[in-house]
Design a protein around this ligand. Structure first.
Ligand SMILES: [Zn+2]
Ligand SMILES: [Zn+2]
Length: 171
């Protein structure tokens, strides 16, 4: 299993923020109705495992997230990198079934698919790497249900038949 990236936070590209606004989605913090402008990613301990978890936050709660995790909020990536329409086989996106350990820890923690508003059980780990303006690479990772894994695959030109299946029965 690939090592999880360190916690980080970045501003959303205006194109991403516009998509969230269009979906009627707002800041993840309970009762906050502000628009989403910051993406945060951190690891939570679950038994012996540390699993990635993402947050979509408004500017104020994004700043709180940064302080809590001792992070600078990174600038937004280029539009081409937040809306990747890359041919299959490039190293920028990766989709694989979750391992038995990951599945067990995810279930034990009561987590579910990371797609907005989805409460389905997660079976797949989707990661997306992109280059920041500073030239450094960043990786977003999220756990997805079968339906959202399929739409991730379709969006990124990944053949589901070639994806390593989860180590559990997702049907
Ligand atoms: Zn907020
Ligand atoms: Zn889902």
């Amino acid at each position: 299993m690939a090592a999880l990236p360190d916690p980080f936070a970045r501003h959303l590209h205006p194109a991403e923020a516009a998509e969230f606004a269009q979906d009627g989605r707002h800041c993840d913090v309970r009762r906050c109705r502000e628009p989403v402008t910051v993406y945060g990613w951190y690891r939570r301990r679950s038994g012996a495992l540390r699993l990635g978890h993402e947050r979509f936050l408004c500017t104020g709660h994004g700043a709180d997230f940064g302080r809590r995790h001792h992070l600078e909020i990174e600038p937004a990536p280029a539009e081409a990198d937040v809306r990747p329409h890359r041919p299959a086989g490039t190293p920028w996106v990766h989709l694989c079934g979750m391992s038995a350990d990951m599945l067990e820890a995810h279930r034990a923690a009561g987590w579910h698919c990371d797609a907005p508003r989805c409460r389905e059980a997660a079976w797949y780990l989707a990661s997306h790497r992109y280059r920041l303006q500073s030239g450094r690479m960043r990786q977003d990772a999220r756990f997805l249900c079968v339906r959202h894994a399929e739409s991730f695959a379709a969006r990124h030109g990944i053949d589901m038949a070639a994806v390593t299946p989860p180590e559990g029965d997702s049907r």
